[in-house]
Design a protein around this ligand. Structure first.
Ligand code: NDP
Length: 399
């Protein structure tokens, strides 16, 4: 029998919800490219419920305990005296979400001698030291596509919100003002602007598709070029690198995984080549941008705005400068954890567990590391190495 340690974000401050604003979520048939949605034998939750917080337990407890396994769920994940650190010692499986990541550093992996499987209930397994997982033969799997469209919707919202100066304008209303000039002195239309995405995978291409009706000029860079038919249909301009794309963009959106190739990509030098007053939206991973370079660019006016939901580390300490820098539209890491997305990644996590315990192969598209190497989706989109360094800092967060 296995011991599963599941690290989830904290419940709402006023308690686990007993009602929701809506009575359910739409049922989807497939993902846009035809990939099937998660197909577990069964689920023990109501789609549309809060599953990603501690009391939601990803809807897994009944399934796991009925099968004789032990499930430990905690939000206490950082520092040597954390519940996660203690429980990890004899855990067989770790489940964690990128929103509240259980950083599986090489040092922790070393101490977890029983660990065989790390599941990301979501997309993006950079909180696991993939190099260490490769070396220790640990399987890493994530629920590919579960929240890609959720994030794409969030990116569009953040681009419009920055360019049109939505958040400061909303602030004037809640403070009792009617300060039109204060609101519009930083407000533009996106129509006619050039937007570029760093990576045109599931999220990046969905963002481009959604921005096309806004009559923006669409650019992208990626390690693999999109089919010519897609480039023509959306009127895309391809660039061989971020360096060649960003100087022509008014808006840049980052949609690549964090791995050694993308870590720190947006530094002073790259941001310095962008148009003065460009907007940068990063819902991919905080570490893809140099924290202090972003602050400097907003302060100098090189960037007119920065928005996103990803930070490093997570949770971000109270004194993280992105909380207080000018002209930002940051949220906590939420874009991929809408109630709609939670139903899909909870079902996907269950599917991966069922495969594991029934000795059936995990879908190739869910695999990041298997058999001591990058595999499946991981082999396509990641590179070997470690992006978890510095995550100990998350222990400084106090709720
Ligand atoms: P995909 O795997 O569909 O797309 C990732 C794309 O990034 C691939 O096309 C890949 O290229 C490309 N890529 C990888 N490295 C580079 C590079 N150095 N330069 C340019 N392109 C690169 O994943 P998704 O679109 O679904 O998700 C992308 C990322 O978004 C995730 O890895 C995660 O970090 C983040 N994310 C954030 C969420 C949130 O809640 N904020 C939720 C979900 C995801 P190729 O495969 O062609 O080699």
């Amino acid at each position: 029998m296995a011991k599963i340690v599941c690290v989830l974000y904290q419940d709402p401050v006023d308690g686990y919800p007993t009602t929701y604003p809506r009575d359910g979520i739409p049922a989807l048939d497939t993902y846009p490219d035809g990939q099937t949605l998660p197909t577990p034998h069964d689920i023990d939750f109501v789609p549309g419920a809060l599953l990603g917080s501690v009391s939601g337990e990803l809807g897994l407890r009944r399934y796991l305990e009925d099968a004789g396994h032990t499930l430990v769920v905690t939000d206490d994940k950082d520092g040597a005296d954390s519940v996660f650190d203690r429980e990890l010692a004899d855990a067989d499986i770790v489940i964690s979400q990128p929103f509240w990541p259980a950083y599986l550093t090489a040092e922790r992996i070393d101490r977890a001698s029983n660990l065989k499987l790390a599941i990301t209930a979501g997309i993006g397994s950079d909180h696991v030291d993939l190099q260490a997982a490769i070396e220790k033969g640990i399987t890493v799997a994530e629920v590919t596509y579960c929240n890609s469209i959720s994030v794409a919707e969030h990116v569009v919202m953040m681009i419009l919100s920055l360019v049109r100066n939505y958040l400061p304008s909303y602030g004037w209303v809640t403070r009792g003002g009617w300060n039109i000039a204060d609101c519009v002195e930083r407000s533009y239309d996106v129509e006619g602007m050039t937007v570029g995405t760093v990576a045109a995978g599931r999220i990046g291409s969905a963002v481009l598709k959604r921005l096309k009706p806004f009559d923006m000029k669409l650019h992208y860079t990626d390690r693999h070029r999109l089919p010519e038919s897609v480039e023509q249909e959306l009127g895309l301009t391809f660039h061989p690198s971020a360096a060649s794309m960003v100087p022509v963009c008014d808006v840049v959106t980052i949609n690549a995984p964090l791995h050694p190739e993308t870590e720190g990509l947006f530094d002073d030098a790259l941001i310095g080549t962008m148009k003065r007053g460009a907007y940068l939206v990063n819902t991919a991973r905080g570490k893809i941008c140099d924290r202090d370079a972003v602050v400097r660019a907003l302060e100098s006016g090189q960037l007119a705005g920065y928005a996103g939901d990803v930070w490093f580390p997570q949770p971000a300490p109270q004194d993280h400068p992105w909380r207080t820098m000018p002209h930002h539209g940051m949220t906590p890491h939420i874009s991929g954890s809408s109630l709609s997305a939670q139903a899909r990644y909870a079902a996907g996590t269950r599917e991966i567990l069922e495969c594991w315990f029934e000795d059936r192969p995990i879908r190739d598209e869910y695999l990041i590391v298997a058999g001591g190497r990058l595999a499946g989706a991981g082999a396509h989109s990641y590179s070997e190495g470690d992006a978890t360094g510095g995550s100990e800092d998350a222990a400084r967060y106090k709720s």
